[in-house]
Structure formats: structure tokens, C-alpha cells
Design a protein. Structure first.
Length: 718
């Protein structure tokens, strides 16, 4: 009966879960139970409406969220859960393409997936072929541009007419050709080719439309153009599309997410039922008041306001530090204070920052004070050299056409195959239009190299062929053992315990994979690993302080949260200044950060900060100013005989200028407009130095960049 399923949902959640057939938009605020209503909707459809699990598709954005959804559904509907399609957009599209991609010309089902590191290597090779300098076009930037193009469904010829766009278009074109040669797809292709398949093959689209009578989408505010298109195409026949999202948490515009997908849902589905979920179960009243005060400044948003029955909670603590080292010391001291005074565990704390480079000083302070921490992001587990090496061996075993992986391992560990030998092989492959692996076989067979080079090359060639044969009868775990044994790879890491432990972790993952996947094939394992992320590996139960960027934090929660670097030009980021749309996304990012906290939140800024070797003066972020002062407990540093300590202030002691910003020196803000009596109008690019020695670097419209003393009376703000 309904009561068996719906005992744990509130009236608003119940309204969404039990809605009859047709489109539904659940506007679910932070901490309001987004995953809960999707899982209960699935259970309701199966147990109350008699919908077959095979007719339900549920998609979300992280493997962590997908696994949590699977576990909850399994508890609610037991044995039927395994028949459901629940996964990320990429994993669902991969599943479809593994069955259907051969219906597109030139593709085979045994393709491999290139991750970001592989993409960048291939793009660098494509740029070298074209003679493009990396000083003009950074491969990472080019990869980002290509990825954004694919998220919008753009081909290499869809770029604009500028020289830079024309250059990217040419790289994109060769990049696509090289992917096909390697029988490889990148992440963007998984989505793009699925949409293309549905558009070009109506029979395939009809097959999946008939299979999926109900489509449920979590985090709908994060969908890009292609994901939106896939959902729209699949739902056209039955129109049972159930989307859950929060426009206030749309923070991935930089990678193609389109907030208008959720804002315009009713335009796409005029008969849609809209349900607002505004009750928050996570945070205190004061935390929600602060978050609401910030997000209400955004213009492009749906009208909703979070509320909770939780306690009032502590005030939001704002600390203005002397510099980044004082900031790190303050964070560490507050963590230790909370532990010793209130019995907190290290795992109760998280430190969020806008950019990865902010973590270095905090890490150094934590090491100094003996505070255990876990950093999420930065150099990811799957990007570590030893992991990439072993995965490259697996990729070559699975697909000898994968030349990116082949180049990586051909001389790792060192086996006497130098750049000259590799260059000769590349020339043979190019002249005969064959793969690098086939060129290796040809060179050995026809003795096209020196005896010494041939001996090393033949040893490698025989090793790969032996491993290919072993892969046909061994489990993934046993195959990994054989790779380590036969390559003597562990000898490289004889004195590096951490890297050896990382390889041990891969063996652990292989064991986990064996439990989850019945087929246990090498291709399935590679796909499983490639679609994993460091966030998926995040262990919430570990007793360590979590350090991560704000973008990584969405979907997580912690008892106590620190958001450091709350300064103009850092957060909001300098690239967003002067752009209303980007400022709104930065504000949503702040909202996400604040609402991760369950009990207490600390915001910190600095009076000065050293970035890229240059010391800059800082002023507090506008997001701090947007929080009502009655919610803030304001603290700052004070210097006593050279020792920096901190002091508390009453709210009425905060001195602000006419715009509501705390006064801090001359207060020039990066991105603001100024006028000079001789040079005319310009824009502040940065501030260097402090006090009387401070200088303002300004880009003048007619006179280029100039450095002006901040104390110069003739310089006026506009």
C-alpha cells in the first residue's frame, strides 16, 4: 500500500512522488531530499502503479549519487531493482553505444574511452602535426573548447571566423580523425554520438522510447544542450519525464551546463506539474538565512526560499586574516578548538576554496600541526603516473590501436626503446597507413631497425601479445598481477611506498569490479574506471579534514564548513567580474558552499594575499557583505609585538564605504572603472603592495597598461 512506501516523505515530496502520468518539475532546494523523491517515485511506480522496472530510466551526474539511488531503490523494491537503468548520463549513453554504435558508419562496439589526460596528449600531437605553438594555444584550453563544442553539438566546422577559432577548428578536425583511427571516444562523444544515433536512426530511437516509459533526471539544472536533447528525444512518445533540480545550484556553466533548461521547463512542457521543495533537513536556521540572503541577489532564478525546523544554530563566523598563512593558522586553530572543546572528529570538518592553488598553504599548516586531511581534486588518483601507466598496459591489451597508450608504455619500465626507434616506427606507420602496433610487427619481421633496437622492440611486442592471450582467460585482478610481474614495474617504485600503495588500490578496485560486474571483461573494467572520479572514491567515514574546491563540494554535507578566500577577484573569481551572468554563477557557487554545512560555517578573507609570486591587497567578497550583519560574528587579526592573533568585533564596528564594502586601505577593486587626468578611463587589473607603497595596475583604453601610485589624488573611481 502507499503508506508502506510514503511514510518517510513530507506532503510536498508526496505530491511530486504520487503525481499521475505526465511531465513533472520538482524544484528542490539544497538539503530538501532530491535523491529521496526520485527513489520514492521509482518505488511508487513499481509497487503502486505496476510499472515494470525495465521501463524506467533514472539518470544523475555522479557515480556516487547513482549508487546511492540504486541502494535506496533496492531497499524499497528488493529483487526488482537490478532491472532498472540507473546511472550517470555518460554511463547510460555508454551502455547504449556498446549495443548500437555499429549502426553509425565507421564505428565498432569495442571502442575505448579517452579521459582528459589522454585527450590533452592527443591534442598536443595534433597541434604538433599542424605546427601550432603551445605558447599561442594551450592544449588544455583547446581541449576545453572542443569539449564545450561537443556539449553544444558543434562539429569542427561550426567555429567562428577568427584566427583562433580557425586554429581550433583544424585541431578539432585532426583530433576527430585520430580518435577514429584509435577506435576511441572521449567523454563528449558518449553524449554526442548517442544523440546523433537517435536522430539518424529512428528505429533505434523508437526502440528506446518503447523501453523507457518513465524517465527521471536528477540535478536537471546541470544538463547541457546534448543531455537536454537526449532527454527530450527519449520522452517524446510517453512524455513521462520527471526532473528534479535547483536553479540556485547551477554551477557548471563553464563546462556547458545550461541553466535555461530548468528555467524553461514549462515552455517545453506546458502541462508540467511544478512542485517546490523548500524544507531543508540539513542546516540550521542561521545557515539558511545567510544562504537565502546571498542567493536572493540573483536575477535569473525561480522564486523559492529554504526553511527548516532545525535549531537557530550558531552565527556565521567571518574572520578577516592578515594574509594566507594567518588564514591557514586560524582554520587549524578553530578545528583544534572545536575538537578539544566540543568533542568533534576531524571528519566533521571541510575546507572549501575557489581555486586549487589555495590549498597549498592550508596543507602546509595542517602538516605542521599534525592535522590529518584528505584532499579531493588537484592531482586525481586516476591521473597519477603509476595508475596511468598500468591502465595504459590494459588499454593496449584491449585495443592495440590505442597509440596514445602504446607510446606511454613502450619504454616504461625502461627497455632500451628510445625516441629514435619510436620515430622510425611512426614514420613506417604513416607511410603505410597502418597502426603503430602493426608498424612494430612489420619492423621486426623485415628487420627495419638495428639489431639492438630490434631485440628490445621484439621483447616488448612479445610481452604485449603474451598479455593479450592471458587477458582472454584471467580475471582483471590476476591480469593486473601478471602485468606487474612481467614488466617488473614494482622495481621502479622500490623506495616509494605511497605509489606502491596506489597500485594496491587498483587491485582493490579490480576486486570491487568483479563483485559488481558479472562479465568481468577488460573492456568493461576500463569503461568502469574511466567513468570514475575522485569524488566517487571520497570516503565520508574517514576521520580526516576534507579539502576541496567549491565545485567538488556539491552533493556533500559536513557538520562544520570553512570557506576560505572570500575576496573580490578570488571569489567571485576575477574572470567573472563585469559579467552579470558569470557573477550570478559565482553567487550560486557561494550558495552551494554555505548550504553544505549542517551546524556551523566559517568564512575567511585576507587583507593581503600572494598570488603567482605577487602580493596583492584584498577586500572582502561581496558575498560576505550580502549576509545581514546580525547573522555574522566578525573577527579579525591583530598584531602584538609582531605576533598575529585574532580579535572579535561587535557588528556595529564594521566600517563600510558607500557601496557597503568594508574599508580596507584605498579600496581599489579589480575590475572597477577609474579615470586619470592624463590617461583617461581605464580598468583596474591588479593592486600591488600595501599602504603608502601600494600601486594600482590599470589598463587604460587609449594608453595601454600603466602602474599608478594608489595614493595619487588625481586617480578617481567612476
Amino acid at each position: 500500500m502507499e503508506s508502506d512506501i510514503l511514510n518517510d516523505v513530507n506532503p510536498f515530496q508526496r505530491e511530486a512522488v504520487t503525481h499521475p502520468e505526465g511531465p513533472v518539475l520538482a524544484l528542490a532546494g539544497a538539503g530538501s531530499g532530491k535523491t529521496r523523491i526520485i527513489t520514492y517515485r521509482i518505488a511508487y511506480l513499481i509497487k503502486e502503479k505496476g510499472v515494470s522496472p525495465t521501463n524506467i530510466l533514472a539518470v544523475t551526474f555522479t557515480n556516487k549519487a547513482a549508487n546511492e539511488m540504486k541502494e535506496r531503490v533496492h531497499r524499497l523494491v528488493a529483487k526488482d531493482a537490478h532491472e532498472l537503468w540507473i546511472g550517470t548520463f555518460h554511463s547510460v549513453c555508454l551502455r547504449i553505444l556498446k549495443k548500437e554504435i555499429d549502426k553509425l558508419d565507421g564505428f565498432r562496439r569495442d571502442f575505448i574511452i579517452y579521459d582528459e589526460v589522454d585527450q590533452i596528449k592527443l591534442i598536443r600531437e595534433c597541434m604538433n602535426k599542424l605546427g601550432f605553438s603551445e605558447r599561442i594555444s594551450d592544449p588544455r584550453s583547446v581541449r576545453s573548447q572542443i569539449d564545450c563544442a561537443k556539449n553544444k553539438g558543434q562539429s569542427p566546422w561550426d567555429f567562428g571566423a577568427s584566427i583562433y577559432d580557425e586554429r581550433i577548428s583544424r585541431v578539432y578536425h585532426i583530433y576527430e580523425q585520430e580518435l577514429r583511427r584509435a577506435n576511441a571516444l572521449d567523454f563528449g562523444d558518449l553524449l554526442d554520438f548517442t544523440a546523433t544515433l537517435f536522430e539518424k536512426r529512428p528505429d533505434v530511437l523508437d526502440k528506446y522510447q518503447n523501453q523507457f516509459h518513465h524517465i527521471l533526471v536528477d540535478e536537471y539544472q546541470d544538463t547541457n544542450h546534448i543531455q537536454y536533447k537526449i532527454v527530450k528525444l527519449l520522452s517524446e512518445k510517453h512524455r513521462n519525464v520527471f526532473v528534479v533540480g535547483d536553479d540556485n545550484q547551477s554551477i557548471y556553466g563553464w563546462r556547458g551546463a545550461d541553466i535555461t533548461n530548468i528555467l524553461n521547463f514549462e515552455s517545453d512542457f506546458p502541462d508540467a506539474k511544478v512542485v517546490k521543495l523548500e524544507q531543508n533537513y540539513r542546516s540550521t536556521k542561521n545557515i539558511l538565512r545567510a544562504a537565502n540572503a546571498v542567493i536572493l541577489r540573483n536575477r535569473y532564478r525561480r522564486d523559492k526560499r529554504l526553511w527548516t525546523e532545525n535549531t537557530e544554530g550558531s552565527a556565521v563566523v567571518y574572520y578577516e586574516a592578515h594574509d594566507e598563512r594567518d588564514e591557514a593558522r586560524y582554520v587549524a586553530s578553530q578545528i583544534e578548538y572545536e575538537r578539544t572543546t566540543n568533542g568533534r572528529l576531524y571528519g566533521d570538518f571541510a575546507v572549501f576554496y575557489r581555486t586549487n592553488n589555495q590549498s597549498r598553504v592550508i596543507e602546509e599548516e595542517f602538516v605542521h600541526q599534525g592535522i590529518p586531511y584528505n584532499i579531493v581534486g588537484g592531482v586525481g588518483f586516476y591521473e597519477r603516473a603509476e595508475i596511468k601507466d598500468i591502465m595504459a598496459y590494459l588499454r593496449v591489451i584491449a585495443n592495440p590501436l590505442d597509440e596514445i597508450s602504446l607510446r606511454r608504455i613502450i619504454n616504461v619500465p625502461s627497455r632500451g626503446i628510445g625516441k629514435g626507434t619510436i620515430g622510425t616506427l611512426e614514420k613506417i606507420a604513416q607511410e603505410r597507413d597502418i597502426s603503430l602496433f602493426d608498424a612494430t610487427e612489420l619492423a621486426i619481421k623485415n628487420e627495419l631497425l638495428s639489431k639492438k633496437a630490434l631485440a628490445s622492440l621484439e621483447k616488448f611486442y612479445n610481452l604485449i601479445n603474451e598479455l593479450i592471450k592471458l587477458s582472454q582467460r584471467l580475471s582483471i585482478g590476476r591480469l593486473l598481477d601478471k602485468i606487474l610481474e612481467k614488466t617488473n614495474y614494482l622495481e621502479l617504485l622500490e623506495h616509494d611506498e605511497e605509489r606502491r600503495d596506489n597500485l594496491g588500490e587498483i587491485l582493490t578496485l579490480a576486486a570491487e569490479f568483479k563483485k559488481e560486474e558479472a562479465n568481468n571483461s577488460i573492456h568493461d573494467f576500463l569503461d568502469w574506471i574511466t567513468l570514475s572520479s575522485d569524488v566517487d572514491r571520497f570516503n565520508e567515514k574517514a576521520d580526516k579534514v576534507t579539502l576541496m574546491t567549491l565545485h567538488c563540494a556539491k552533493g556533500l554535507e559536513f557538520s562544520i564548513v570553512f570557506i576560505v578566500g572570500m575576496e573580490e577577484s578570488l571569489f567571485p573569481h576575477i574572470k567573472s567580474l563585469g559579467n552579470g551572468r558569470l557573477i550570478e554563477e559565482e553567487r550560486r557557487l557561494c550558495y552551494v558552499g554555505i548550504t553544505r554545512s549542517k551546524e556551523k560555517i566559517y568564512l575567511t578573507s585576507t587583507s593581503k594575499r600572494r598570488l603567482f609570486g605577487v602580493e596583492h591587497r584584498s577586500i572582502p567578497s561581496r558575498f560576505v557583505i550580502e549576509i545581514p550583519r546580525k547573522l555574522l560574528q566578525w573577527e579579525s587579526y591583530q598584531t602584538n609585538f609582531g605576533e598575529v592573533t585574532f580579535k572579535k568585533h561587535d557588528n556595529d564596528q564594521i566600517r563600510v564605504d558607500g557601496n557597503g564594502f568594508p574599508k580596507n586601505g584605498d579600496g581599489y577593486v579589480i575590475g572597477e572603472n577609474v579615470i586619470h587626468p592624463s590617461f583617461g578611463q581605464g580598468v583596474v587589473k591588479r593592486v600591488e603592495g600595501l599602504g603608502d607603497e601600494a600601486k594600482v595596475v590599470i589598463s587604460f583604453h587609449d594608453h595601454g597598461e600603466k602602474k599608478i601610485m594608489a595614493s595619487f589624488l588625481g586617480l578617481k573611481k567612476i
